[in-house]
Design a protein around this ligand. Structure first.
Ligand SMILES: [Zn+2]
Length: 236
């Protein structure tokens, strides 16, 4: 007499085995993919953006420093103290003559030019009324070293705002060559007001950069005399 359960048992066992095999086959590729993504060098894992540091527009606040004197934070330069301690004393930038159109690099002495800017602010701040004076709005440009044309060398400002050479523009007092949009970018990333006319935003950019160079000076908002005093005390 045949055992009616036996074939059905075998059938059930076979079906179970087939199902297990099918399941294993279905799982295996994903396991392989997982192993490849964690161990395989051919497909490097994508860098994860830290959500706490990413602004709402999806761009990171941190960027590769575009210059030795810039930090990895957008629109931010190192302090004067930091730069001079590392012997970074000449700040260079790309320029182009408006007459002969030659492009070249020129450099500013960090210490000397910062004293110039600081002294100018100290002497004129009370009459500025939080707005850039005309000499900042329409800067007198350097003389071309090739054709010797006066007021002719304009800074070549990077189209990528994260690569703008802010310190070079400050030291040459050529920040006025920036567009309103570029100046607003500076203020946006340095937590300043960023509305208003160009003379207002330009003024904030000048003072903001001076503050970056000397973050420890007290009372910069009420007068930059402290900056100049500090430079004289420490460096002269
Ligand atoms: Zn020239």
């Amino acid at each position: 007499m045949a055992h009616p359960r036996e074939p059905s048992f075998h059938a059930a066992a076979a079906a179970a085995a087939a199902a297990a095999a099918a399941a294993a086959a279905a799982i295996a590729p994903s396991l392989q993919r997982h192993e490849a993504s964690t161990a395989g060098p051919s497909r490097p894992p994508r860098a994860r953006r830290n959500p706490t540091q990413a602004p709402r527009d999806g761009k990171s606040e941190n960027v590769p420093p575009p210059f030795p004197w810039a930090t990895n934070h957008r629109a931010t330069v190192h302090s004067l103290d930091f730069l001079l301690s590392r012997k970074i004393e000449i700040i260079t930038g790309a320029v182009q003559c408006k007459r002969c159109e030659k492009q070249y690099e020129m450099g500013f002495n960090l210490r000397e030019k910062f004293v110039e800017v600081g002294t100018f602010i100290a002497e004129n701040k009370s009459s500025m009324h939080d707005r850039a004076p005309s000499v900042w709005m329409t800067p007198v440009l350097p003389t071309c070293k090739y054709c010797e044309q006066e007021n002719s060398v304009k800074p070549l400002i990077s189209e990528k705002k994260k690569s703008i050479n802010w310190l070079f523009l400050l030291l040459g007092q050529m920040l006025g060559c920036c567009t309103l949009e570029q100046l607003k970018y500076f203020c946006k990333h340095t937590k300043n007001h960023r509305t208003g006319a160009k003379d207002r935003v330009l003024y904030l950019t000048y003072l903001g950069l001076c503050k970056q160079l000397d973050p420890n000076v007290a009372g910069l908002e009420s007068g930059i005399q402290g900056v100049v005093q500090w430079i004289h005390n420490d460096f002269f």
